[in-house]
Design a protein around this ligand. Structure first.
Ligand code: SF4
Ligand code: SF4
Ligand code: FES
Length: 322
């Protein structure tokens, strides 16, 4: 029985790997490779075999082969993934096909084949000052830099980022808003914002708070992160620090108004009254401009929906602590 199971595990299966390649000389083109894989073949192993046995010109990055270095990020069958954390046969099973496509990550400029340029990504990461700035007593040895277990519990998840860039590649906000730091930088920034041993809290607020209100809460970063860092959770938590920031920017002020408008709407009716929340947040002039836009696009009906109060509103207010 055991021998049978080992044989099943080692059974070879042929896959067709289609790689989206790029070089300055040839531009973009697809190339296909056939090879055998078994139950244990990681996608980095697929690439290594292609490069060493079939085509030494293929370029890709990988180092640790164990989801630690963050260098093998790419799109596999269209999904942002770490190649080393992806088994070839899992993809075959998931898509019920022996064809596997490999493409470079979205958003990043391609250097060659699956290798992308990470300069902009690292620029964003370093903007948030990704290290602890301890107070001078710690440096002079007159105080002990201890972290309480509850603080460690809060920070642990967010400290697991391996700078792979997958969340950024799938983030719609980062693509359209140059002022938005992006999910990975927010995860890193919050990890230190919430660290009680850090000494530059005010400076971190200035760097992070305005940007945090530029996220659209689409949760793509949550879905794709191979380390379960939950960047969107750090963005939410950073927003809750807005009240401590002096001299807030326009985006943060609007964000605060929006949250209050939602809270008031639910308190009054038990529901989210979209049109009213919009009007309270953005003011009459913007609301009229956007109303004209929705009319032109045949969507004005949605904006005019009048919500009825729910029954037992007092129960909702009780839940809200009112
Ligand atoms: S939730 Fe925010 S940070 Fe995450 S992918 Fe969506 S827009 Fe980007
Ligand atoms: S937050 Fe997750 S997906 Fe984003 S860079 Fe860090 S490890 Fe990668
Ligand atoms: S090779 Fe290091 S994360 Fe994949």
């Amino acid at each position: 029985m055991e021998t049978q199971s080992i044989q099943n595990n080692l059974e070879q299966r042929e896959v067709l790997v289609k790689v989206k390649r790029y070089s300055k000389e040839r531009g973009e083109y697809w190339q296909e490779y056939k090879l055998n894989v078994d139950r244990f073949t990681q996608m980095t192993e697929v690439l290594r075999k292609i490069k060493t046995e079939q085509d030494p010109t293929l370029a890709y990055r990988a180092s640790c082969h164990m989801a630690v270095c963050g260098s093998c990020s790419m799109k596999i069958n269209g999904e942002p993934r770490l190649a080393c954390k992806t088994l070839a046969l899992d993809i075959v099973k998931k898509y019920n096909s022996n064809v596997i496509t490999l493409e470079p990550m979205d958003f990043f400029p391609v250097e060659k084949d699956l290798v992308v340029n990470l300069d902009d990504f690292y620029g964003r990461m370093f903007k948030v000052k990704p290290r602890l700035y301890p107070p001078k007593e710690f440096m002079e040895g007159t105080a002990e830099p201890r972290l309480r277990p509850e603080d460690q519990k809060e920070l642990w998840k967010f400290a697991q980022c391996i700078w792979c860039g997958l969340c950024v590649s799938s983030c719609p906000a980062v693509k359209i808003d140059p002022e938005f730091l992006g999910p990975a930088a927010h995860a890193k920034g919050y990890r230190f914002l919430a660290d009680p041993r850090d000494s530059i809290y005010e400076e971190r607020l200035k760097i992070l708070v305005d940007s945090s209100w530029r996220c659209t809460y689409c949760y793509q970063c949550f879905n794709v992160c191979p380390r379960d860092v939950e960047p969107v959770t750090t963005i939410k938590k950073t927003r809750s620090h807005t009240k401590f920031l002096k001299d807030k920017g326009e985006v943060a002020r609007t964000g605060e108004k929006h949250v209050k408008a939602i809270f008031d709407s639910i308190k009054e009716t038990g529901k989210l009254e979209e049109a009213k929340v919009y009007l309270t947040t953005y003011g009459l002039a913007t609301a009229i401009r956007d109303m004209l836009y929705t009319m032109r696009n045949g969507k004005v009906g949605f904006a005019m929906i009048k919500e009825k109060k729910i029954n037992e509103l007092d129960q909702v207010r009780k839940l809200m602590g009112e």
